[in-house]
Design a protein around this ligand. Structure first.
Ligand code: ATP
Length: 456
């Protein structure tokens, strides 16, 4: 058998559309550049990604969650440096009129047009990436607000609220998932870089002087998180920011990068933000944001270690990593199947119930199994995400489930009426087993508890 991973992003884009993961936004109107809608399977997959992240963060004793508003006081963005400095160098090509980012189009030390390679370009202009709109019915200077370009500031401005209401002592962290907006000059590569996206950020507040040790601890924790998502270590690596790459707020920064079909690119940033943000907000708001340490009886501004990952980008990496084509030589020639090898905890559907025929009592019996598997019971067995597919030959239905990454298929046939057993077919090995209906749920949850063996 030959196994091939994902070579071209376009292969994944068409699978995502065909199978209901991701559609182009407003497609019937010709689409809207760089905007994407998550279909039924994509929405579930993305939700599982968020849950995995949220649980990994908030299941730690010293991390709590937050859900801040997208609109914030405009002064927040002055304090954070976004009004002044959140810009990309924008250039127009005089020859072919392409507009692009100068910093991304440097060849042999010179900026050249990525479309026609001309060096006849306009001067660089600083282009602010924040979307601006106005609040309320009157459009005047005072009504201007921004769509937040990152979720982090919602955490910084709530530092005191969270610390006092939750009676937290340093070190502790605040985790948040939410939409961010950036008017990117060159969005692209499917959901990799879009203008509207979701971020999963955690700010960990520590005593100055302990920040470097915590930075290393967070690097390790984040690496371990990627392992739990089934990432193959050949496809992820750290990239350390050199001095020129460091953001204005950062003391130290490392990116987790993933080997996408279009190259190694950033997935997540781990940053030591020092006390930059709290001190800026303290200055701008006039409100004291210092932490009082009961042991040393001293007041100070905590330092912050931040971990920031794009949910859409991580979902894309999971889709890329999961994709494989398996080709077998059979009597009839070569046969290829496409498999999305999601871990059961991430798969949109974990089980598919496939009645062999639409005849009764097969449908009614399958309905009962469906009810049983989707409902959580009081004896500790969990509810499962279950598809119910009655359309097409059983072979075609198996192939569809392989392509949407369902780990197990359950087939109820005419023998099932007598022996009260169903056939369970495993996505990865294609092995089929007869399992009694009575034990089915336990059998399934047991096999999922060995998540690791279901490597992506
Ligand atoms: P990049 O260099 O790719 O523009 P960044 O360094 O500006 O990203 P951060 O501001 O550190 O990114 O944001 C944290 C994370 O948010 C990134 O690692 C990425 O996963 C995600 N992210 C940032 N911008 C976008 C975008 N336009 N579309 C999708 N995800 C994004």
């Amino acid at each position: 058998m030959k196994i091939k991973g994902l070579d071209e992003l376009s292969t994944l884009v068409s699978l995502c559309k065909r199978r209901g993961f991701i559609f182009q936004s407003s497609e019937i109107y010709g689409g809207l550049n760089s905007c994407w809608d998550y279909g039924p399977l994509g929405a579930q997959l993305k939700l599982q990604v968020k849950l995995a992240w949220w649980k990994a963060m908030t299941s730690q004793k010293n991390i709590v969650g937050l859900d801040a508003a997208i609109f914030m006081h405009p002064k927040v963005w002055e304090a954070s440096g976004h009004v002044e400095g959140f810009t990309d160098p924008l250039v127009d090509c005089k020859a072919c009129k392409t507009r692009f980012r100068a910093d991304q189009s440097i060849v042999d030390g010179n900026v050249v047009c990525p479309s026609c390679q001309s060096d006849d370009l306009t001067e660089e202009r600083a282009f602010n990436l924040m979307f601006q709109t106005q609040m309320g019915p009157v459009k005047d200077e005072g009504s201007a607000v921004y769509l937040r370009p990152e979720t982090a500031q919602g955490i910084f401005v709530n530092f005191e609220n969270v610390q006092t209401s939750m009676r937290k002592k340093l070190p502790f962290g605040i985790a948040q998932i939410g939409k961010s907006f950036r008017n990117e000059i060159t969005p692209g590569n499917f959901i990799f870089r879009t203008r509207e996206f979701e971020q999963m950020e955690m700010q960990f507040f520590v005593t100055p002087g302990e920040d470097e040790a915590w930075f290393d601890i967070w690097k390790e924790k984040r690496w371990a998180f990627y392992k739990t998502l089934g990432f193959n270590e050949e496809n992820i690596k750290w990239h350390e920011h050199g001095e020129k790459e460091l953001a204005h707020y950062a003391k130290q920064a490392y990116d987790v990068t993933y080997k996408f079909p279009f190259g190694w690119e950033e997935l997540e940033g781990v940053h030591n933000r020092s006390d930059f943000d709290l001190s800026q907000h303290q200055k701008m708001s006039g409100k004291k944001l210092e932490y009082f340490d009961p042991q040393t009886q001293k007041k100070f501004l905590p330092y912050v270690i931040e971990t920031a990952v794009g949910c859409d980008r991580l979902t894309l990496a999971i889709l890329c990593q999961a994709y494989r084509e398996e080709t077998r030589t059979t009597e009839k020639g070569e046969d290829t199947r496409v498999v999305m090898g999601f871990l059961p905890k991430l798969a949109p559907y974990q089980v598919a119930i496939l009645p062999l025929s639409k005849k009764e009592p097969l449908l009614t019996e399958c309905d009962k199994i469906f009810e049983n598997l989707t409902q959580a019971s009081s004896h500790g067995t969990q509810d499962l995400r279950v598809d119910f597919d009655i359309t097409g030959s059983i072979g075609k239905r198996y192939r569809r489930q392989d392509e949407i990454g369902t780990p197990l298929c359950v087939t109820y046939d005419f023998d099932s009426i007598e022996d009260k057993k169903v056939t369970v077919r495993h996505r990865d090995t294609m092995v089929q087993e007869r399992i009694s209906i009575e034990n089915l749920k336990t059998y399934i949850t047991d096999s999922f508890s060995q998540d690791a063996q279901w490597g992506l």
